[in-house]
Design a protein around this ligand. Structure first.
Ligand SMILES: Nc1ncnc2c1ncn2[C@@H]1O[C@H](COP(=O)(O)OP(=O)(O)OC[C@H]2O[C@@H]([n+]3cccc(C(=O)O)c3)[C@H](O)[C@@H]2O)[C@@H](O)[C@H]1O
Ligand SMILES: Nc1ncnc2c1ncn2[C@@H]1O[C@H](COP(=O)(O)OP(=O)(O)OP(=O)(O)O)[C@@H](O)[C@H]1O
Ligand SMILES: [Mg+2]
Length: 249
């Protein structure tokens, strides 16, 4: 695992250099994926790496985890409270569509949740511009395969160092890097709404997804679900579709 960590550290250094960037930053949620990326960017750029904590209506526990993490990783950080920005944006959209008589509360819920991820993305790029840092994402192999991320939200990043790591490998790497146990053992959650957990929303455990990604046989129902998620989310892993060049007169 140490070699794999070294490999990713050097890869981050090369990609930043290729881009002419001075360093790297990551959004820190208090979860394990961003924890691992924090330690990696700190290794790659000890003096030019930044953690960005972006609370939106967030529980105290997670801000504590985020702070424990940056202190443990000895990572420079900044906290930017986005609750007001989120609420203003969301209510402005809601009010305007209400005036047209078009607002649909139920349909808009997921869009509102995704707006949180997209506001964080915009904020990370604004901070990145200020320092000439690249934005590092935290998606792992299980999230990538299932498309379990917000398009142009947490999926809108410059580099994805964990993209080939199953969740179990992220946990293993976290242990070697020295990520606190409390973060390693907490339930994965996007925290886009109260009580959300990845495994409940996906309808299966990361152990099952990891087993599938290792090429093992899993419950046929789960396999069907995974394949369907993968196909439905193909657009998130591609550049936006455009038509072929018009060849007529
Ligand atoms: N075939 C197609 N070709 C081109 N575009 C297509 C499309 N189908 C949908 N779309 C577009 O994609 C949109 C749907 O994708 P998207 O906006 O991403 O939204 P969606 O996939 O519906 O929701 C995001 C999912 O990711 C989860 N998430 C988000 C953020 C963080 C984490 C985490 O683990 O921390 C998890 C979240 O809980 C939710 O389950 C549609 O509204 C539409 O605009
Ligand atoms: N409050 C937040 N502040 C800054 N960035 C955040 C915040 N919430 C989410 N993010 C960003 O969105 C990413 C996607 O969240 P995700 O939940 O998949 O990862 P995680 O929280 O690090 O780990 P886990 O999946 O185990 O919860 C995070 O890794 C982080 O980069
Ligand atoms: Mg999380």
């Amino acid at each position: 695992m140490e070699e794999r960590i070294q490999y990713l550290t050097e890869w981050l250094q090369v990609k930043a250099k290729e881009a002419g960037a001075d360093g790297l930053l990551v959004g820190i949620s208090g979860g394990i994926d961003s924890a691992v990326v924090s330690y990696l960017i700190k290794r790659a750029f000890p003096n030019q790496s930044l953690g960005v904590i972006l609370p939106i209506d967030q529980g105290v526990e997670d801000q504590t985890d985020a702070l424990t993490l940056v202190e443990g990783a000895d990572l420079d950080y900044v906290g930017i409270e986005l609750t007001d920005a989120y609420e203003t944006t969301y209510s402005t959209i809601k009010n305007r569509l209400n005036v047209k008589g078009d607002w649909n509360d139920e349909k808009s819920q997921l869009g509102g949740a995704n707006l949180q991820a997209r506001l964080r993305m915009s904020t990370l790029y604004a901070v990145g511009n200020n320092y000439n840092y690249l934005v590092v994402g935290t998606d792992n192999a299980a999230e990538d395969y299932t498309g379990y991320f917000t398009k142009y939200g947490d999926g809108g990043v410059d580099l994805v160092p964990l993209i080939n790591l199953r969740k179990e490998e992220v946990r293993e790497m976290a242990k070697v890097l020295g990520v606190p146990d409390s973060i390693i053992h907490k339930k994965p959650s996007a925290e886009l709404w109260e009580g959300q957990t990845d495994e409940e929303e996906l309808g299966m455990s990361y152990d099952t997804i990891d087993a599938y990604l290792r090429g093992e046989t899993i419950d046929p129902e789960d396999e069907r679900n995974l394949k369907e998620r993968h196909e439905k989310t193909a657009h998130k892993r591609q550049i936006p579709a455009g038509p072929d060049k018009f060849k007529g007169a």
